[in-house]
Design a protein around this ligand. Sequence first.
Ligand code: GLA
Length: 447
Amino acid sequence: MVDPEDLAREFERAFGRSPRLYRAPGRVNLIGEHTDYNDGFVMPMALDRSTWVAAAPRDDRTIVARSREYGETMTIDAGTQRPQRPQGRHWVDYVRGVSAVLSDVARPFHPSTRSGCPEPVEGQGREIRGADLLIASDVPIGAGLSSSAALEVACGYALLDLANRPIDLVQLARACQRAEHEYAGTRCGLMDQMIACYGREGHALMLDTRTLERRWLPLPSTLRVLVCNTMVKHQLASGEYNARRADCEAGVRVLAQRFPGIRALRDATLAQLDAVRGELSDQIYRRCGHVIAENARVEAAARALGDADFETFGRLMDDSHRSLRDDYEVSCAELDAMVAIARGLGGVYGARMTGGGFGGCAIAVVDASAVDRASREIEERYESASGLRPDVWVCSAGEGVSAWRLAEALHHGEALHHGEALHHGEALHHGEALHHGGHGGHGGRAL
Ligand code: GLA
């Protein structure tokens, strides 16, 4: 776990002044996989693990970013020009991408991403300042837990805050999505960035990715979510991910010719898909079928959760996994083994892969009374089946991005949640944006 006070001290040693601290969480997705770039529904929850950024402004336009995990320090320009093609998936590309997008929204979108990222980030087009950043994370990297969205959102929030700009979380999420498209080359949806912004303790988020309507669903105290890391990194995921998205778009083009109201798979029914089946390849038919059925599963799962009908909720998770494995083909042998093991245990309502797939984590929704036993059994059985030692832990739903106030003398840190304004360094009042008039952010106090 990252200790914020420790991080602040490390920053002081490295950069010779006091930082402000920010954090944004990773996530698991309970249900609604590969629906977000089809205007559909998702149900993620933020993890109680985060990427942290200790940050202080500089007088120039340089960003000096140091990663604790990678042991690297990189220097970039705050307003780097958009690359001709995505640069890669080095950690600093995410920082570079976010700072560049936040600095400059006047330019047209990269042609290949035009359809993916809705609108320019209005009002946030002024240049951001240079900064020193120290980044540390307890979100496992490459495990399908959205460590990259956590990094983007934490850095984006920090850079906006250091520049004294009001922060609109939807715009921040969109800017981070655009950075992912243009700088990391993944044409992702908006789920990961939105939950990194809008996570709420004890709740899953029901998100309509078309309207961005948000509903927080309380997670009952009798349920536990087990995160089961297969320890297989999702290396090839980006190309395969983009290929799935292209298949969905190809399906929509055919559907829209027959049914003009259809703009995205969100608008289609399975009956409509069947009506055009002869015009689709088997692969595109199965891809689209997954998305259409998965959207319906998310809505059914939200109802089941509200009714405390965990059996139904679990069954929907199982169906989701099968569909991702057989029709969407984004699972892998290790994920399937993990899910099968979890599913065979008492007290487990349902299990499925979570996130983009091709490795990473499965999740199991388990009755609280059975969770210790289930997690031990999963560890043992997965290790003997695969030869890999998995990382299995109970996660509770955490909070979205926040600034973190270090109290005097670096004691008793406390999160400042977005939507609360800090006045006189003490009282928290509700408001639209986080304003930091007269930060006084030095000398032991981070904000
Ligand atoms: C990745 C993407 C998300 C989403 C999931 C699959 O996490 O970043 O936008 O598409 O895969 O549901």
